[in-house]
Structures are given as C-alpha cells and as structure tokens.
Ligand binder design. Structure first.
Ligand code: URP
Ligand code: ZN
Ligand code: ZN
Length: 459
C-alpha cells in the first residue's frame, strides 16, 4: 500500500521545507508541497513533525565474541531497538578472531543477521593478513562489502601487526575500499595497565588513565603515516579527544584521505561516570575511554565544521551482572562497551539540536547522510529524494520522556543514560516503505531487514 506523509517539515542535510512525501513500493516516488493521495494510500499526518531520512548507525557490535564473553544483543533485540530509536540501517563490525577464516566469519555474521528488522551491512574485520586472507577479502569485497576494519589495539585479540596493517591498507587502496580503524597504541595501553595493576589500582576509574588521550592520538598518528604511504582511504572510528582530532587535521594538511567518527557516549558522558564508587563505573568502561568533559565542546565544534563526519554508537552491550562483573578486581577484565543503539538519535537531537550545538542539517548529515556517502549507500540511503529507499523517520519534537532500562528494547541489564530526559522521539519509522516502529513500539516484522551490498568508491 502506498503511504503519503502529509504536511511534514522535510529535513535533509541540505534542505528544510514543509510538504508531502509519497512512498510507493519500497521507494520514494514524489516529494512536493501538496500531493493528492493515490487511491487506497495510507495517510500519515506529519503536521508539526519533522520528516528525516532513516538514520544510519555505521558502527555497532551485535554478534561479538570479546574479552572472554559475548555481547548481549541479537539482531532480534538490537534491530528492534534501533528502529524504535529511528535507526533504519546498521553497519556491524564483523570481527573474526586471528584464527578464523574471513569467509567463514562473514558467513557466520550474516547468519546471525537473518532475522534483522532493519537493513544492515558489515565492515569486514582483518585480524590477520596473509595471501590466503587477501584472496578471501577480495571475494568478500566482490560480494558487496566495501569497507574493512582494523584494530590497532587489543593486543593478542583482534590487533594486527604493522606489516599486516601495511598489507591491508595496500590491498584496500587497490580495491577502492575504505578502512575503518580503532586507533590506540596497544603497547602503551598494556604497559600502563600493568603499571596500574602493580600499584594496586584495580578499579574502573583507572581505565581512562591507562588509555589517556595521547595514547589514542598516537594510534591515529600511526594510522595516518600508513595511510599516507599506501594512499588508502581511512576512517577513524570512535574518536574521543582533541589530541586525536589534531592528529587527523595534521594528516589532512598532508593530503591524507581520512574521515572521522565520534560516538554518542563521548558527546554526552564523561570520565566521571567511570569513576563512580561500588564498581558502578564499570557500566561506563569503553575504549577509547570516556574523557574529561573539556573535550566535548571540541567534538561538537568538529561536527559543525565537518572535521567529524559521523556520529555512531559503537553499541557494545554487556550486562553489568555476570559480564562487567568479570572485572570487579581488575579493570582490564571489564568487557569494553556502552549500549546505545536505541538512544543515539534522541540523545543527539536533545543534547545536540535542542541545546544549540548543531543545526538540523548537521544532525541529519552526521547521523545519516555522511555514513551513506562514505560507505557506498548514497543516495539509496541517507537522504529523502525521489528514487531513494523509503526509509524515513517522522519525528515528534513535542514528545518528552526519560530513558530507562525498564522500557528499553536493547537486551542488556542497564542503561548508561538511566533517567536522562529526551525532548523528542520517532513517531513513525519506515524501512523501504514498511512501518516498523510507532511511538516507541516495534510494530513491524523481524526478517524485513536486507543485507545492503555496496560497491567500492574509495579509489
Ligand atoms: O569499548 C568498545 N569500544 N567496545 C567495542 C569494541 C571496540 O573497540 O569497538
Ligand atoms: Zn574499537
Ligand atoms: Zn566498536
């Protein structure tokens, strides 16, 4: 059935006007000041509401074997949570261990996503590099995965050597795929962790000092050198601090093709959350760590100036009971991650747009359009135009509510934003013409989500 969105304030990264938008089948077929409803069309009244393109979260973990346990969500829970929060496409990190074959891992991660309610794709993790891996990566790119992921941290787990980094970036340059990277100097992390533990400093409040901003900046600087010498296009995930941004800017001045992501926890939370007593701080342990609040104005300014392209979540849900608790006597054993796939859009709107940090165009750009452009989904996703997928969010700015673990759909036993107020929420969320969420409820179908295949664009 056709769907006509009437009288909404239609917002894209470059435009803002009041009008109607017609969806037929899976795509947008008309946008105009007034559209006469076709016979049988469902009319969705968007008076006094925004109409945004479906939001894209380009950095999530759903199936993630990590730090001796597994991330909590499944696609059934995470995709419903994403949709209720306005996110219509996810890009998950496919993170094989060093021992796994990339093609087998890719098949495994795809199988985990079969029941997704929202659209999805993957960044293909490279945790080992040799000629056999290279052949498999070529095949995975051929199958429509046009981005890779490397970790410069997590020694002994996903982290790769400098030789492997050089070879991965060289292959990426040849194939025209962008390489997303977790940038921290792992040698420094390990040395500082050991020093603190030896001094009896075992609580979650020591997580940030063990990975200070200079450690992240060193990781970025390292990646920039390798990107410069290989010509590969790179994307720094979860960037948390001024020093890392300065390393990116210096590289851009040298002509390095680099883009920057930050994540909603760095824009809203700070390191004092991880310093809370009675191990409560463990809920806020992620890497890179939550920083001093002084970094936040710089991150917001980076979004306004477009030095930072995207706001993702790095959604990585671990229960407090039984999972975060694994590190009760040793902060290095606390599974890293803060869940937020459900809350990103509302938090960014409330604490970004409503607080005057970013305007509506920047909001759409960094939460949807840029991810689509960088990762080969544009203009199918990331905007509202004729021919684009009918992925959209009718957003109610009059809604007032509070985030709570009691009401969230994410399958995890806490919220890092418990009690936080939100000033707006998605009223209707559509994926390829099908309404999947309404007013905080999932009303759609599991399995509606499709794997989004992408072609290389980073030559
Ligand atoms: O703390 C984090 N970021 N957990 C997820 C894994 C990663 O590094 O992205
Ligand atoms: Zn990471
Ligand atoms: Zn991550």
């Amino acid at each position: 059935m056709a769907k006509l969105i009437k009288n909404g304030r239609i917002i894209t990264a470059h435009s803002d006007f009041v009008g109607d938008l017609l969806c037929e089948g899976e795509v947008i077929t008309q946008i105009a000041p007034h559209i006469t409803p076709p016979d049988g069309a469902e009319i969705i009244n968007a008076q006094d509401k925004y109409v945004f393109p479906g939001f894209i979260d380009p950095h999530v973990h759903i199936y993630l074997p990590f730090m001796g346990t597994h991330a909590k969500d499944t696609y059934e829970s995470a995709s419903r949570a994403a949709l209720v929060g306005g996110t219509t496409s996810l890009i998950e990190m496919c993170c094989p261990s060093r021992e796994e074959q990339p093609l087998e891992a890719f098949e495994l991660w795809k199988s985990k996503a079969a029941k997704s309610a929202c659209d999805y794709s993957f960044h293909m993790g490279v945790s080992r590099f040799d000629s056999a891996v290279a052949a498999q990566l070529r095949e995975i790119v051929h199958q429509g995965i046009a981005s890779l992921k490397v970790f410069l941290a997590y020694k002994g787990a996903f982290g790769i050597s400098d030789e492997e980094l050089f070879d991965t970036l060289s292959l990426a340059k040849e194939l025209g795929v962008i390489v997303t990277a977790h940038c921290e100097n792992e040698t420094l992390v390990t040395a500082l962790q050991q020093r603190f533990l030896a001094e009896g400093k075992t609580g979650p409040e020591w997580h940030e000092p063990s990975r200070p901003s200079r450690v992240e900046a060193e990781g970025v600087h390292h990646l920039m050198t390798f990107a410069e010498l290989t010509g590969a296009h790179v994307y720094c995930v979860h960037t948390s601090c001024c020093e890392a941004l300065a390393a990116v800017q210096a590289a851009q001045l040298r002509g390095v093709n680099v883009w920057v992501e930050t994540v909603i926890p760095y824009l809203t939370l700070d390191k004092t959350y991880a310093e809370q007593p009675d191990f409560e701080g463990a809920k806020y342990v992620m890497s890179p760590p939550l920083r001093d609040r002084v970094h936040q104005p710089v991150l917001w300014a980076g979004l306004r100036s477009r030095l930072i392209s995207t706001v993702a979540t790095d959604h990585a849900p671990f229960d407090f009971a039984g999972q975060k608790e694994m590190g009760r006597h040793d902060f290095t054993q606390i599974p890293n991650g803060i869940p937020s796939v459900e809350d990103r859009v509302n938090l960014l709107y409330t604490y970004g747009v409503c607080r005057g940090q970013i305007d509506l165009q920047t909001f759409v750009d960094c939460a949807s359009t840029q991810a689509a452009k960088l990762f080969g989904l544009y203009p199918r996703k990331g905007t509202l135009q004729v021919g684009s997928d009918a992925d959209l969010v009718v957003y109610d700015p009059a809604y007032r509510g509070k985030i709570s673990v009691k009401t969230q759909l994410m399958d995890v036993d806490y919220s890092g934003f418990e009690g936080w107020e939100v000033a707006g929420r998605p009223s209707v969320v559509m994926v390829r013409g099908k309404v999947q969420a309404r007013e905080g409820e999932f009303v759609g179908a599991l399995g509606h989500g499709q794997l989004l295949t992408r072609v290389p664009t980073h030559f």
